[in-house]
Structure formats: structure tokens, C-alpha cells
Design a protein around this ligand. Structure first.
Ligand SMILES: CC(C)(COP(=O)(O)OP(=O)(O)OC[C@H]1O[C@@H](n2cnc3c(N)ncnc32)[C@H](O)[C@@H]1OP(=O)(O)O)[C@@H](O)C(=O)NCCC(=O)NCCS
Length: 147
């Protein structure tokens, strides 16, 4: 296990929001994170490099399903395996808690994320036309089955 990956709580929200703003034009708010963390709707993992949050992954666990809600790595720290470390830890949690399947959606143009998810074994199961409110881009829907 990569000990630079830890589970985040409400005390990390400001760092997560700063990273969100760097990574997405249309980003989550502090309140969305706070409510999700407080009522246990999401699990958020963070990757720390010398005490600085350089990546995070938010997902939900509902019954036997995991859904990836958000994944972002600091623009200056990409292609160093941070996204991979975060996903590996999420998969470990899923296997330990008996999760059967995982879903996610991703913008059709987001080749980096598509490559990463495919490397983890996700398969495309559908498409939602003009799904994203910011760009009206298509969403590609992916699924992974934990064996
Ligand atoms: C997508 C993202 C999270 C990937 O994080 P990362 O830490 O750079 O990913 P990794 O270094 O673990 O990459 C693992 C593999 O994914 C693929 N990959 C990642 N970024 C890629 C890119 N820009 N182009 C092509 N392939 C890419 C590669 O196969 C890579 O392996 P390699 O570097 O050995 O070739 C990051 O680019 C990011 O934050 N993007 C902006 C936010 C975003 O789009 N989030 C996803 C929302 S669904």
C-alpha cells in the first residue's frame, strides 16, 4: 500500500477545493464536499507529497456498488502514477468491503482519464449525449466488475 494515500475528512476540504479549482473549470463547492463527507455519502482519498495534497479521488459506496465521482491530480504532478495510486487504494477498499461493481462517467475528449480507467479494466457500457453542463460534451459510461 502507498502510505502517501490517506482518507480525507472535513479538515482537508480547503486543500481539496484549491486542487479542484486548478483542475476543473466547473468544480465542486466546499459545501458539496462537507455534506458528502459528513453524512458518509462519499469516501475521499488524498495523495500527499511532502505534506501537500497533489491528488484526490472521491467515490461513493452504496450496497455492492462503487461509483467514481471525481478524480484529479495537480497539473504539475501528472504522469507520475498518482492517479494510479489513488485508484489502487480505492480498489483495495472495494475488495475488502465486498463491492461487486464500479461505475463512472467521463468526458469523451478526456483521453488521459479514458486511458487510465481502461488500464484498470473498466469497459464502456454506454454513452449519454451532451451530458455535461459546462461543455455539453458526451459522457462515456464505464463499468468494472470485481471478480
Ligand atoms: C486523469 C488524471 C487524473 C490522471 O492522473 P495521473 O496521476 O496523471 O495518472 P497516472 O500517472 O497514474 O497515469 C496512469 C496511466 O494513465 C494514462 N494517462 C494518464 N494521463 C494521460 C494523458 N494525459 N494522456 C494519455 N494517457 C494518459 C497512461 O496510460 C498512464 O500511464 P503512463 O504514464 O505509464 O503512460 C489527471 O490527468 C487529471 O487530473 N486530469 C484532470 C482532471 C480529470 O480529467 N479527471 C478525470 C475526471 S473523470
Amino acid at each position: 500500500m502507498d502510505n502517501r494515500v490517506i482518507q480525507l475528512d472535513e479538515s482537508n476540504i480547503d486543500q481539496v477545493i484549491a486542487l479542484e479549482k486548478l483542475c476543473f473549470a466547473y468544480h465542486w463547492t466546499s459545501e458539496q464536499f462537507r455534506l458528502g463527507l459528513r453524512d458518509g455519502a462519499y469516501t475521499v482519498l488524498g495523495f500527499f507529497d511532502k505534506g501537500i495534497l497533489t491528488g484526490y479521488l472521491a467515490f461513493s459506496l452504496i450496497e455492492d456498488e462503487m461509483e467514481i465521482l471525481n478524480l484529479a491530480v495537480h497539473p504539475k504532478c501528472r504522469r507520475q502514477g498518482i492517479g494510479t495510486s489513488l485508484l489502487k487504494q480505492a480498489f483495495r477498499i472495494c475488495r475488502e468491503t465486498g463491492i461487486a461493481k464500479s461505475f463512472l462517467d467521463v468526458k469523451e475528449s478526456n483521453k488521459g482519464a479514458l486511458n487510465l480507467y481502461k488500464k484498470f479494466g473498466y469497459n464502456q457500457i454506454g454513452i449519454r449525449k451532451k451530458y455535461y453542463p459546462d461543455t455539453r460534451e458526451n459522457a462515456l459510461l464505464f463499468r468494472y466488475d470485481f471478480k
